[in-house]
Design a protein around this ligand. Structure first.
Ligand code: DON
Length: 318
């Protein structure tokens, strides 16, 4: 039996000593002021047990990790038709790149780059006002976590709006191709508020439970999304969840994961664990430096990997 509490404690102790902590994102004022000394880790297993260490209960800006949850909502709203407007291929580019949009007629490569998540926000706006769609997103997140305190950090949302020139360029460019259907200010308002959701590692790991349990919330038994769509979201997390470092994350960690510039990463071991890690210092690709290292240590200690034949002993012998 794995002693998960001892493992997370060991990892947190090692990360507390790590000298190279990366560089905190500085393009949004409220992110720039966070100390790189933070480190938190939380693991939730299907039976509801939680193994947490370090700053697992400190709130941080979820940022692009919320692209997983907005995608889940959009698939629930328009289903597979979403993929007429957003692709499913890795971009091999940075999260805010605009280059591929010109040759690919305003259709973003995948829902996890900014352009793709902006289209997802446009889909979620439907016929509503941005404020209604923001409230709906918060309700969805509260239900996933089972916590009515979940909220958006309004200062971060304002910072996104004030500094989001590249996102404005992306949205306007896609609108020129007809792939943004609302006024760009409205679509971006929703997108920026998605990014500004504040969560702790424990809350994030709870939010990810349906991804570990084939689309079901293991606590309520309610279906969040179908089994097949859950598999597809996990596939996108593995291939696109870390932008141009997705290959390296798969190589080092071997589990589907989604990063955010706030320094968080949500990682799923299907059927086994929902894992959230947070350390605000980023590497050159904008992914958490120590978060990635901590997950690498975790899979070394547990053997968790989507490439490991964990169920081989249960297969019928030929
Ligand atoms: O500039 C943005 O769109 C961000 N607020 C979200 C970016 C993000 O987290 C990308 N990822 N690593």
């Amino acid at each position: 039996m794995l002693d998960l509490q001892a493992i997370v404690d060991d990892i947190a102790a090692e990360m507390a000593r790590a000298p190279d902590r990366g560089k905190v994102a500085d393009y949004i004022p409220d992110l720039a002021s966070i100390s790189p000394d933070h480190f938190g880790l939380a693991i939730i297993t299907p039976d509801g047990s939680c193994y947490a260490a370090g700053d697992a209960d400190t709130l941080f800006s979820a940022q692009s990790i919320t692209k997983v949850f907005s995608l889940t909502m959009a698939l629930g709203t328009v289903g597979d038709a979403l993929h007429r407007r957003v692709g499913v291929e890795p971009s091999g580019s940075s999260f805010n790149s605009i280059v591929q949009l010109e040759t690919e007629q305003g259709i973003p490569r995948n829902p996890f780059i900014n352009a793709g998540a902006i289209v997802v926000a446009d889909v979620l706006l439907g016929r509503s006002e941005p404020n209604e769609s923001i409230a709906e997103f918060v309700r969805f997140m509260r239900a996933l976590v089972g916590d009515e305190t979940i909220a958006i950090d309004r200062d971060v949302a304002r910072g996104e709006e004030e500094t989001g020139f590249r996102n404005m360029a992306l949205a306007n460019y896609m609108r020129a191709f007809g792939n943004i259907h609302h006024p760009v200010e409205q679509t971006l308002k929703l997108y920026f508020h998605h990014c500004a959701l504040a969560l702790s590692c424990r809350q994030l790991a709870l939010a990810g439970r349906y991804l570990m349990c084939s689309g079901l919330n293991p606590e309520s038994g309610r279906r969040v999304i179908s089994k097949q769509r859950t598999r597809r979201i996990l596939a996108l997390m593995l291939t696109c969840g870390h932008y141009d470092q997705s290959g390296e994350f798969a190589f080092r960690v071997g589990l589907p994961g989604k990063s955010g510039v706030g320094g968080g990463i949500l990682t799923i071991a299907p059927g086994v664990a929902s894992i959230a890690v947070w350390s605000p210092g980023l590497n050159e690709q904008g992914n958490s430096q120590l978060g990635t290292l901590a997950l690498e240590r975790l899979v070394q200690r547990t053997g968790w990997s989507v490439f490991e034949p964990v169920f081989a002993e249960e297969l019928p012998s030929s």
